[in-house]
Design a protein around this ligand. Structure first.
Ligand SMILES: *Cc1c(COP(=O)(O)O)cnc(C)c1O
Length: 388
């Protein structure tokens, strides 16, 4: 039996234990401490942000950004449809109303054209969004300058969900630093990991200080326990911050390796009829977090995912658009096109391949061989899994 190849397994550098020992020796076993401070400083320096607050997850960072922008019940927040549910769930935490925006073909991310239509209509109706969340999927930046300048002209702040794009660059600037707030995730499957964790970044240092306050139960300055607003328990553990410091030291290597993995897949499979790899937009450098591709060869994503699973290889369909999820059945959606929306089309045809940086070349060749064989076999076994 082959060993299992995962989609994106954690990849330790070897230095993590050093910082974890430091936490144990100093007995800083708390959701604050010197390693948390160091991790925040180093991350802020790495991406070029003035401030950073380390938190327990990327989802928590998005929630705090919404709180800082005063998003309240009944407010509207615009968000891409083509993303992981964690981008939109915090909108629901505040009982605000998500409005979904389609993707565009160059980057697969939020369409500035559909966004403009949504902003114009909202303005006409006297109901502008309180915030716009942009997302950089699979490591590629959205057209952030177009999105930010559009939102600026409507006076709407932007939150950049860079959970998947740490280390990527757009127009010479680090991904995650374009909006009023940026967020990163250090979940186990991301390009670097603290097993679970996240970061909120901004040039607004007062807002970052407020985020730390909200993330630690919003305790007012008083000797006794005094509280005037709702707080959360969202701070990152000092032990996990140690893991994060060691991971950040190898971020550049990890980006390089992910890009190599993508290039090897593309070289082996890219010239096959009906196979099309995720484009890289000319203005940016993707971190290629996951190798994503679309199929036009009669195979559905389910055929391929199922076939790979039988060979102990984990692959996934692309994100299912949120406007088609039961959870968001009543939400509005603005399409980029008059026909099938870009995100629905991508979901119908796309898959992600194993892209973890601790994969060996032999592992990757195994994936490539299985796919070559599948793509070249005419008699394809059909799977009846339905799209729900
Ligand atoms: C992983 C991810 C998140 C959430 O991060 P967690 O740390 O798992 O909470 C948010 N948005 C996107 C696009 C993600 O991929």
């Amino acid at each position: 039996m082959h060993k299992k190849i995962y989609l994106s397994a954690p990849h330790m550098s070897g230095r993590e234990q050093h910082y974890i020992s430091e936490a144990f020796h100093s007995n800083w076993i708390a959701p604050l401490g010197p390693l948390v401070n160091t991790f925040e400083e180093k991350l802020a320096e790495r991406v070029g942000a003035k401030g950073a607050a380390a938190v327990s997850s990327g989802t928590a960072a998005i929630h705090l950004a919404l709180r800082l922008l005063d998003v309240k019940a009944g407010d509207t927040v615009f968000c891409p449809s083509f993303t992981f549910v964690a981008t939109a769930n915090p909108i629901l935490y505040e009982k605000a109303v998500p409005v979904f925006i389609d993707s565009e073909p160059d980057t697969w991310n939020m369409s500035p054209k559909a966004l403009e239509r949504a902003l114009e209509e909202a303005k006409r109706n006297g109901n502008p969004p309180k915030a716009v969340i942009a997302v950089n999927l699979y490591g590629q930046s959205a057209k952030m300058d177009d999105i930010v300048s559009l939102c600026d002209s409507y006076g709407v702040p932007v939150i950049e969900d860079a959970a998947e794009s740490l280390g990527a660059v757009y127009k010479g600037k680090q991904s995650g630093t374009f909006g009023r707030f940026g967020i990163y995730s250090f979940n186990g499957n991301k390009i670097i990991t603290t097993s679970g964790g996240g970061m909120l970044v901004s040039d607004d240092e007062a807002a970052i200080e407020k985020a730390r306050f909200l993330a630690s139960q919003a305790r007012d300055p008083a000797v006794h326990y005094q509280h005037s607003e709702i707080g959360h328990n969202y701070r990152l553990s000092n032990i996990l911050a140690g893991v994060g410091i060691a991971q950040l030291e190898v971020l550049d290597e990890r980006v390089e390796k992910r890009r190599e993995i993508f290039a090897r897949y593309e070289k082996a499979l890219g010239s096959i009829d009906g196979v099309c790899f995720m484009p890289e937009y000319s203005e940016g450098v993707s971190n290629r977090w996951l190798t994503a591709l679309t199929l036009d060869n009669g195979l559905t994503p389910y055929d391929v995912v199922q076939h790979l699973a039988e060979e102990q290889i984990e692959a996934r369909p692309l994100w299912k658009p949120l406007h088609t999820q039961p959870l968001f059945a009543s939400s509005a959606f603005y399409s980029h096109t008059d026909s099938e929306s870009v995100c629905d089309n991508l979901f119908r045809r796309g898959i992600c391949l194993p892209s973890g940086t601790n994969m060996t070349e032999e592992d990757q060749d195994r994936v490539i061989d299985v796919l070559l064989h599948l793509f070249q076999t005419t008699e394809v076994k059909r799977w009846t899994a339905s799209i729900q």
